[in-house]
Ligand binder design. Sequence first.
Ligand SMILES: Nc1nc2c(c(=O)[nH]1)N[C@H]1C(S)=C(S)[C@@H](COP(=O)(O)O)O[C@H]1N2
Ligand SMILES: [Mo]
Length: 431
Amino acid sequence: MSDQDQKPRSLREFFAQDPERADREFFGRVANPDRRGFLRNTGLATMAAMVGTSIPFHRNMPIGFVPAAMAQEDVLVGKDGLTLLNDRPVNAETPPELLDDAITPTNRHFIRNNGIPPEEVDAASWTLTIDGFVDTPLELSIQDLRDQFEVVTMALTLECGGNGRAAFDPPAKGNQWTYGAVGCSEWTGVRLKDVLEKAGVQSNVVYTAHYGADTHLSGDPEKLPISRGMPIAKAMTDNILIAFEMNGAELHPMNGAPLRLVVPGWPASTAQKWLTRIELRDVVHDGPKMTGTAYRLPNRPVAPGEKVETEDFVIIERMPVKSLITHPANGAEIGTETEVRGHAWSGDRTVEALEISIDFGTTWQAAELDAPVNSGAWQNWRAQVTFPQAGYYEVWARAKDSAGEMQPFAIDWNPKGYLNNTMHRVGLRVS
Ligand SMILES: Nc1nc2c(c(=O)[nH]1)N[C@H]1C(S)=C(S)[C@@H](COP(=O)(O)O)O[C@H]1N2
Ligand SMILES: [Mo]
């Protein structure tokens, strides 16, 4: 039986199967000889946050004890309305109608973890190492970053490369994301480019490699859950941040506190959370999730279900043109006059036009489309729609980008279910 088959589907199941491990991974709780739990500070804080207050007798709590007040969704502390796809590692997406804000609030930003987040996070002693082919290797605290580089705030779109995977047929393995593995929060930090320039990028550098403090699901300290990178030319663009604030506050623990990369326009897997090290390499990075079929696509269209050889895969770079309808919600009952609105984005490009249809794609109406607030931010759009009579309608939205690329009705199937940018459809009952 593979590891996959034994994977518990809920937090409660996980605690039932392996209580000591569950305690270690969720709360950093270590067993005492008398089998009572000893909660480290962050673990205690996590559990207190879950139950909503302090736990005076926490020292008496037995190992593997799930507080009765804790529902399964409570792994999502500090998140609101997210759909939990997996709790080990934690993966949760945001329903489209909860992504209606121009800037995604922290409690609505999706979570995609490949491993176990670090238990003890101390922002004051956190360091970032810049090494590899640089003139001067750097070791920087978060305060050093603030002091030595220009601090900037930007709205930046992060989208998982597997967003939309649930629509693939035959199905693709992995988290069954529907629409909500995307968000555009406001991030504060320093430009990656400025930091790399200070270290001095040597002429033979072709690629970055990113490392974080999370640990592998197996518990093996030699294994990394994920370590991805990008071509040096991409790394030197202006809108990539090493961020220490999210929406004007600390990063959410699940979104990489206290330090992460934010890389808009490319698969968000390049945006290393709990960032500890960036290495500059003279070859393409080969860390976990860089090779094989991970975040890679066949180099040609393939038939649905077709077997593709590993050497025929290429690394995904920019994300494709895409949009989301965030209002009204799918299934809503509305009147004949309604504002329809949402966001649109396209990798390193801008979106030039957004059109909607209420007659299954027969005719299209231009929506009002805002410019991005800065490079790397999604664009907000809205349209006033008049439905001719009561009944069932679908609103479809399609974006077209600066290179003339438009969202399709259907996309080529690929083995891992990446880059689904088909049009978003919302069903509405008009009365
Ligand atoms: N250290 C670390 N960084 C990581 C990951 C991870 O598992 N570990 N997941 C990546 C993936 S696949 C995505 S889509 C984004 C998700 O960022 P979010 O969880 O803040 O939404 O983080 C990326 N950075
Ligand atoms: Mo991802």
